[in-house]
Structures are given as C-alpha cells and as structure tokens.
Design a protein around this ligand. Structure first.
Ligand code: AP5
Length: 248
C-alpha cells in the first residue's frame, strides 16, 4: 500500500512508464531556502502526496518550546533572536526522529540541514540507514517578497494550516478554513527578527547550495510563482529524479 501511495507523487507529472520506475522508493528530500520561501507550504503538500513524513526542525523546536522541555528552554531565546540553534541540539533531535518507523521509506526535510556541519552529519546518518544521496531542492524568492510573506503569515493553532493575509487569506479573518481553529502569528515573524533570520540564512545556510551542487544533487525552483505552479514544478523535478535514478 505504501508504495502505491508514494508513486502518486510523480504520477501527476509523468507517464505510466516512469511511474513504474518510481516503485522502488527510498529517498531523503531536502527543501532548502530562506524564511518565507514556501518550503513548509510545499513540503506539507508533497509529503501528503508521496505518503512520507514532513520533517520540519522549526516545528520540532517550537513543539519543544511549547511543551517546556529542557531542549525547548534552551532553544527559545535563540529562536526569538532569529539565530540558529546549535548543531548538536538539532542533530540529536533529527537522529531521534529518523529512528521512528514512519521514516523508513523516505521523508521530506523542511529547514534542515541549515549548516555545512549539519549536512555532513546528515550524509553519515543517511548512509548508515541505507539511503542513497538526498534530492535537494533550493527555492528562489526575492528579498522583498520574503519579508512580505513572513510578516503576513498566520498559522492555525489547531491543525497547523498556513495562511497569508496578502495572498492566501482565510475566508473568515483569524479563523482556519479547514478546522475552525484560531489563527496565530509566530513570535519570530516580526519585521525586525525576519531580517535577522534572513541574515543568518545568507551567512550559514546559503553555502549549502554549493555543498549540494558539488555532490550533484541540487535542483532549483522559482518559489515566487503561485503555490500551485511551484507544486507543479516540484512534481516535474520528482519525475526527472525518478527517471534518472530509478527511484524517487
Ligand atoms: P523554521 O521554522 O524552519 O523557519 P524558516 O526556515 O525561517 O522558514 P519559514 O517557516 O519562515 O518559511 P517557509 O519557507 O517554510 O515558508 P512558508 O511555507 O511557511 O525555523 C525557525 C527557527 O528555528 C530558525 O530561525 C532557527 O532558530 C530554528 N531552526 C530551525 N531549524 C533549524 C536547524 N536545522 N538548525 C538550527 N536552527 C534551526 O510560507 C511563508 C508564508 O508565505 C505563508 O504565509 C504562506 O502561506 C505564504 N506562501 C508560501 N508559498 C507561497 C506562494 N508560492 N505564493 C504566495 N504565498 C506563499
């Protein structure tokens, strides 16, 4: 059953022959891009379509903050400043998550890795777990659009659905269309902190594109297009990868 569900993530874009190729599945996907690039929006759609978990280290950290765990207490002030949480904390959290059964057939990372040391350690983990090279997709969006998207973001406090007051507004202001939950704003989405987060991205995360380009696994997508257009472009990338590597 898992296989046929996952085959759907390429079925939207390619013919029957390529879908058959996609039946051997064991893939780590990485959505790389600055705050507001649309990684979370697209990872959520693609993960559902592919039947694999959507792994957002930002969500994991926010969950730890909400639950008031030791990790959460450590991460909270760092996240509120718009800086990156230390690699060792993030790696421990990721290793623990990857050990869970639902990750055995593949997963989509959103916001991880974020530094070259995280990427190097991930390579070792993937090898140990029998995965091949990841498929990395870098999202490009202009600086002004990123700031506007992040400052306009509202998220459902119940199901996590994401909205944007400028482009994807809920039908009723402040209320989730899907489950009626209250919409809230992230504490690090203020214009001032967003600039810090974008600077941290340029300094520490941007070099990852070169790291993955050298490994021959980097694809790019124009993230400034509509959600549906970006989604279609991603399906085409998945289809190409499935055809090229013999699996998605
Ligand atoms: P994290 O939660 O990962 O945030 P981020 O990377 O800054 O990314 P965002 O969630 O802001 O943006 P996104 O690209 O997912 O965009 P989205 O789809 O939501 O990290 C938060 C913090 O945690 C970090 O600052 C750091 O402190 C810490 N952290 C996390 N991971 C870490 C790691 N690995 N190492 C160290 N520290 C770590 O979309 C944004 C808005 O735009 C939404 O309103 C959406 O509706 C809208 N939108 C999306 N796509 C489109 C579109 N195509 N057109 C129009 N609007 C769109």
């Amino acid at each position: 059953m898992g296989l046929s569900v996952k085959a759907e993530c390429v079925a939207v874009a390619i013919n029957d022959g390529a879908v058959a190729v996609s039946m051997t599945l064991k893939r780590a996907m990485i959505f790389l891009g600055p705050p507001g690039a649309g990684k979370g929006t697209q990872a959520s759609v693609a993960a559902k379509r592919c039947g694999v978990p959507h792994l957002s280290t930002g969500d994991m950290l926010r969950d730890a903050v909400t639950r008031g765990t030791e990790l959460g207490r450590l991460a909270k002030p760092i996240m509120e400043r718009g800086e990156l949480v230390p690699d060792n904390i993030v790696m421990g959290m990721v290793e623990e998550r990857l050990a869970q059964l639902d990750c055995a057939g593949g997963f989509i990372f959103d916001g991880f890795p974020r530094t070259v040391p995280q990427a190097e350690q991930l390579d070792t983990i993937l090898e140990r777990r029998g995965f091949g090279k990841p498929l990395v997709i870098e999202f490009f969006v202009s600086y002004d659009t990123l700031v506007k998207r992040v400052s306009g973001r509202w998220t459902c406090s119940v199901g996590g659905e994401t909205y944007n007051i400028y482009e994807r507004a809920p039908k009723v202001p402040g209320i989730c269309d899907v489950d009626g939950g209250k919409l809230i704003q992230r504490s690090d989405d203020s214009a001032e902190i967003v600039k810090e987060r974008l600077a941290a991205y340029e300094r520490k995360t941007k070099p990852l594109a070169e790291y993955y380009r050298k490994h021959g696994v980097l694809e790019t997508v124009d993230g400034s297009k509509s959600v549906e257009e970006v989604s279609r472009a991603l399906s085409e990338i998945f289809a190409r990868a499935a055809g090229r590597d013999g699996h998605l």
